[in-house]
Design a binder for this molecule. Structure first.
Ligand code: TA6
Length: 285
């Protein structure tokens, strides 16, 4: 699907993995990185864009693919919404024989993409359809297009504890105001504070590229629980030369930085019949 806003902005989403593959600002600037060797034959996740990660981050459960099955499933088209300032489309994935064989739970995923004149919002809602809680992780694996990864500064993470998956050291505290990615970087920032986490991406010289606002919310259930904010973790990644050669041949890695909102720092329990929403707003500068 291609969403076109009357102001000129445009977004493209595939049913395969509910993968957003393009978000162009009104002037035509592409904000989302896609690998030149991305594979669209349904044999693997699309390389680039915004793969949807569910129900696991990484591959703690070997019975499921890396990052779960959502990004390698065919979703169904939900609803198109048009308002006076936005256009949205929802995609859905419900448990089926194939997913239950990998992960024995009844769930529904709703992925809503909303395009406004100057921003794009993605919201992944996970609903537990069962009478018991289940444990899951989810993340929006967003590849932001940048002129060069060597000239990127990510701000807004100061003070957070993070897991450096490259060094394998234990949790560290982020002391830098500006996080740069001079080499292979794979850091999971563990948020403890509920509420939106604003992250900015700019060049090292201070030219702003993007603001992104990441949040997670446990929605009211039938029992009318109040909505409660959950801490939203943020993953920062670029593989450099370690990129997957099959669909991310060098030097393509130079043109993206991943800043990924997720519920990944720990496995999260979703109570019976409840929904949790993971949202990312992208505001190109
Ligand atoms: O987002 C970071 C990460 O978890 C890395 O550890 C790396 O595995 C990356 O995701 C990409 O994973 P993929 O399965 O898409 O190659």
């Amino acid at each position: 699907m291609v969403l076109q806003h009357s102001g000129g902005a445009e977004a493209e989403v595939y049913l395969w993995g509910a993968t957003l593959t393009s978000y162009k600002s009104a002037g035509g600037k592409e904000n989302i990185f896609m690998s030149p060797a991305a594979i669209f034959d349904g044999k693997k996740a699309i390389r680039g864009g915004v793969p949807v990660v569910f129900p696991q981050f990484g591959q703690p459960d070997k019975a499921m693919p890396q990052h779960g099955f959502a990004r390698v499933s065919m979703w169904s088209l939900g609803t198109l919404y048009v308002s006076n300032d936005s256009i949205s489309v929802s995609l859905n994935l419900q448990d089926n024989e194939d997913t239950r064989a990998k992960w024995p739970h009844a769930f529904k995923l709703d992925f809503l993409v909303t395009l406004k004149a100057d921003s794009l919002t993605m919201c992944l809602r996970v609903t537990n359809l069962e009478d018991e809680a289940f444990a899951f992780q989810s993340l929006l694996h967003t590849y932001f297009a940048v002129p060069d990864i060597g000239d990127v500064a990510v701000e807004g993470l100061t003070g957070l504890s993070y897991l450096d998956k490259v060094s394998g050291d234990g949790a560290k505290e982020e002391s830098r105001d500006k996080v740069d990615l001079p080499a292979f970087t794979d850091s999971v920032y563990l948020n403890k504070a509920p509420g939106p986490k604003e992250v900015t991406i700019s060049t090292k010289g201070g030219v702003p590229l993007y603001t992104t606002i990441c949040s997670a919310t446990m929605r009211a259930g039938a029992q009318l629980h109040p909505d409660t904010g959950k801490p939203c973790d943020v993953v920062v990644w670029n593989p450099y030369e370690g990129a997957s050669p099959g669909d991310l041949p060098p030097p393509a890695f130079r043109n993206f930085v991943c800043v990924e909102p997720g519920l990944v720092g720990e496995v999260h329990d979703l109570p019976a019949k409840r929904s949790v929403e993971l949202e990312q707003v992208i505001i190109p500068k």
